[in-house]
Write a protein that binds this ligand. Structure first.
Ligand SMILES: C[S@@+](CC[C@H](N)C(=O)[O-])C[C@H]1O[C@@H](n2cnc3c(N)ncnc32)[C@H](O)[C@@H]1O
Length: 256
């Protein structure tokens, strides 16, 4: 499959941009969730796996790892980083796996990259079909009505002897189901300036709508606050959450 431009140019910067992300903590979170709400099995798939940082932590924890991403450039990096992982270049809404998976993740808000709400619905159905009985799907999401339209995250760091400044911010107009992720990178190398500016369209949605869609797909759902260091039930106030969705015939009650 040919790769669309999304993340192709960004792939050269991607690992630098993600240097502050604690993938070990994400992995430990998912391992705990897998024991509590999953089937505890060791077949793992990372949806929108990017350059494979999370895959390596699961490979080190003796999981059989697969990664799916729409970008061939990102998958090239993932293959180098995690050579044992089986990698699939595809849109997540077309997910099909050769074997049932025990644990599927989709972090860094990547579910919002599904092109539309029906595409998210289709992805949930595919994830449900790909999971073994009792399997767990974990992903994070942001509520469209909580998006502040502020300057987002700005970082500056030393890179290749020069300075790299980057900014990522979401913008949501307040209407409809599209929001934008704005990415701006400014690199200074030996008095030369490089600029990279891009805007990625993402799907805007409410947390309660996502929950209903997961339940319609057959999942039992727990919603947590967006804190990979703790498993804290969502109190309903923040617009930034982690979903744990279990392929289980019955209710799961997280905190009793
Ligand atoms: C923000 S990055 C997150 C990567 C990785 N999960 C991480 O935490 O580093 C988003 C990733 O989603 C991928 N992506 C975007 N749209 C996709 C789609 N429809 N299906 C599969 N992957 C997609 C991009 O190529 C990119 O690698």
């Amino acid at each position: 499959m040919s790769s669309p431009p999304l993340y192709a140019d960004l792939s050269q910067y991607y690992d630098v941009l993600c240097a502050n992300i604690d993938y070990r903590e994400q992995c430990e979170f998912a391992l705990r969730a897998n024991k509590i709400w999953g089937n505890g099995g060791k077949k793992y798939l990372d949806l929108a796996c990017g350059s494979g940082s999370l895959l390596t932590h699961f490979a080190n924890a003796d999981f059989t790892c697969s990664g799916l991403d729409i970008s061939a450039e990102m998958l090239k990096l993932a293959q180098i980083r995690c050579p044992t992982a089986q990698l699939i270049c595809a849109d997540m809404k077309e997910l099909i796996t050769a074997e049932p998976q025990d644990l599927i993740s989709c972090f860094l808000y990547s579910t919002h990259y599904c092109a539309s709400i029906p595409a998210i619905q289709q992805t949930f159905a595919k994830v449900f079909a790909a999971l073994a009985p009792g399997g767990l799907f974990c992903f994070d999401a942001v509520d469209k009505d909580s998006i502040a339209n502020d300057e987002g995250h700005v970082h500056a760091l030393n890179h290749n002897g020069g300075e790299l400044r980057f900014q990522t911010r979401w913008h949501y107009s307040g209407h409809g189901d599209a929001m934008d992720l704005h990415i701006h990178i400014h690199e200074t190398q030996q008095q030369q300036q490089f600029h990279y500016q891009d805007r990625h369209r993402m799907t805007a949605i409410n947390i309660n709508v996502l929950k209903q869609m997961l339940e319609d797909a057959g999942f039992s759902v727990v919603i947590l606050e967006h804190d990979f260091g703790r498993l804290t039930e969502w109190q309903g106030a923040s617009g930034n959450v982690i979903f744990c969705a279990n392929k289980f015939l019955g209710e799961i009650n997280p905190f009793t």
